[in-house]
Structure formats: C-alpha cells, structure tokens
Design a protein around this ligand. Sequence first.
Ligand SMILES: *Cc1c(COP(=O)(O)O)cnc(C)c1O
Length: 401
Amino acid sequence: MIDTARALDAGDPLAEFRGRFDLPEGVVYLDGNSLGALPRATRERVSQVVDAEWGRDLIRSWNSADWIGMPQRIGAKIAPLIGAQPHEVIACDSVSVNLSKLIGAALQMRPGRNVVLSEPGNFPTDLYMVQGSPAAQRLAARDKIVDALDDDVALLMLTHVHYKTGEMFDMAALTKAAHDAGALVLWDLSHSGGAVPVDLNACNADLAVGCGYKYLNGGPGAPAYAFVAERHHDALHNPISGWMGHAAPFAFSDEYEPAAGVSRLLAGTPPVLAMAALECGVDLMAEIGIEPLVAKSRALSEFFRAAMAEHCPQLECVSPADAPMRGSQLSYRHKDAYALCQVLIARGVIGDFRDPDILRFGFAPAYVSYEDAAKAVNALAEILENDEWDAPQFKKRAAVT
Ligand SMILES: *Cc1c(COP(=O)(O)O)cnc(C)c1O
C-alpha cells in the first residue's frame, strides 16, 4: 500500500504545495478540517506585521499598510473559492457571530415570518445562534426539510457539509425550494470553503458564512467570513451595528448610518494580527485554485476509503461512498472511537473524535499526501489488531476533543 501511495504522490500535481506548509516531522495530520496547518509564509508575514507595521509604524499602518482594508481585501480573495463576487464577501468575526448577524438580517428582510428552519444535529453553534435570536427554531430531518418549508419560514439555515458525517446538501435544489416557499437561505460553508466545489451565485444563494481556520489555514481562531448576495445589499440590516460598519467611521457621528454593501457587516476593529495570518492561508488556497484542490481531495479520500475497507473492515464508514456527495473527510463509527483516536495520536496520526462514537479524518488537499493516508490506515490496522487502545489512559476525555 505504501508503494502505491508513493507512486500516487509522485504524480500528484499538488505535491509541491506540501512544502509550503510547516508540518512537523513524523506527524500524519488528518485534522485540517478542524485546524488547518501552518503555511510557511505566515510566520514571516506575522513577524513583519508585528515588527515593522505595528512596532515601527504604529498607528500609521492603518493607512500605510492598509490594515483598515483587510476585511474587504481578504473577503475578495475568498470569493472565487465559493462562487461569489469579490464585493459580496467580507472577512470578520467568528462563524458564530456572523451567523447571528445574518439571522438577524434575514428576519428583517422577511417581515411577518419568524421561523428559522434547520436540521437536528447541525453544528451546535449554528443552532445556539438561532436559539439566542428572536426567531423561532424549527428542525426537520435531512430528507424532510422541503416538507417543513411554509409561510412562517423566514430563513432556511443549513451547513453545506455536515461536520460529523461529511454528507453534503444539494445547495441548488434546497435554495430553490426555500425561495419557492418565500424564504431566504443561509449556508454555513465551514467544512466546504477551500475543499469542495461551492458556487453560491450559480445556486442563487442569499447568505453564507464560513470558517477561516479549517481548510483556509488561517490559524487558530482565525476570523471567519460572511457572504451576502449583491441583490440584498441595499436591504441588509446588521443587528450588531458597530462603528466599523458605519458609512464614515471616522466622522464620529452620533447617528448610525450603514456602510454600503457587505462592509456594514463589520462591527468592531479588525484583529490585524489574526487577519494577516488568515490572508496568508487564503493567498495559498487562491494560488492553488479550487479545482485542483477538489480533484485531489476526491482522489485522496477515495484512496483512503478503499484502503480502510480492505485493512480495517471492522470500522463502519458513515460518510457517503460517492466522493462528490461528501466533504473532504471520512468518518467511521466504532464504540471505542475516542480511545482509538487517542492511540492514533500517540503514534503521530492526528485525526479527531466526535461524540459519541465517530472517528473523523480530514483530507486537507493542499498538504496531505497519499503516503500520509496509507500510514494512517496501517497504524489503525495495527492498533485494531493488538487491542492497544483498550487501556484506561486512552479513555480519559480531554477538555477539547
Ligand atoms: C467550525 C464550525 C463553526 C465554528 O464557529 P466559530 O464561531 O468560528 O467557533 C461553526 N459552524 C460550523 C458548521 C463549523 O464547522
């Protein structure tokens, strides 16, 4: 299996990009869907921002280094990865906060309707944000969503690629169904952006959010992004109406007047150091381009899936078998998934565990090799063979799993 993997690596058009990341020796990193790896350019760029732009140029850098333009500039670079126009995307805040803003915006755009429809088992923060909003939450199983659309639904809010199983929704079909029912749609692209084909405008999507620290490699807690289709820009209301979203923040007016377009989604001052790191990750993904990323993701995950079926048949794959129907991840069910995950990590194979019994492997296409995939399957096969995982130290849960 290792020889086949090495041959595939030799023919991989993205192989050269692995060297653009700073990956630790001896680690097989299959968790880029939770925290992307460190691009080499990031370290230098962040030092430059700290030393020259902050340390030396101080407050002048808001203009001279265009710190103030970072949210729009980085948003514009993310746009081609998700089928958006450059002025429809802005980088800011966390996914959670952007969800809250766009839920509020959607309710304002659909007066007389107060339901946000989603699915049970969506990523927790997505549901919590609805629960903390003035909207009423309605949940329907994946195959019952269309039936649950009615005149009360202001917003259909779904995560495009499910974080646990990797299942992907049909964005075009569900967006159309929601529009036919008079509702808006908000797509969470956290597990999609930079890994799977997304064409928001071809699907006629209204609103979207996505994550900066997963496949975009923006660093731990990197700012997220938000998309609003151009046709909604004039009506867009941001319930977190902060000064950075004002038409003229430095006029210091007492009255809020929103900036044009997605810029009004800004609330407070951009986190410049985090934005600088995010921009390095986004630049690298933009340089590779979404099509090669998608092609590699599918081929690599297919390689892993076939190898697992052969060498670890005890583990049940819960992700769709058809690569275009899933995200860049594969999830497996095992009653002792947590302990298996800990033993793998102790051996330098980093995947993750999702409650209660899911072992999840992400295939960040920019830097994961076929050899990585083969090594992970080999390690797992050995662990299952010798019951190594069945020891108390591997069953104790850490704070972050
Ligand atoms: C990772 C992820 C988030 C993260 O939200 P933060 O507010 O940035 O912590 C939200 N939604 C989904 C679906 C995710 O996968």
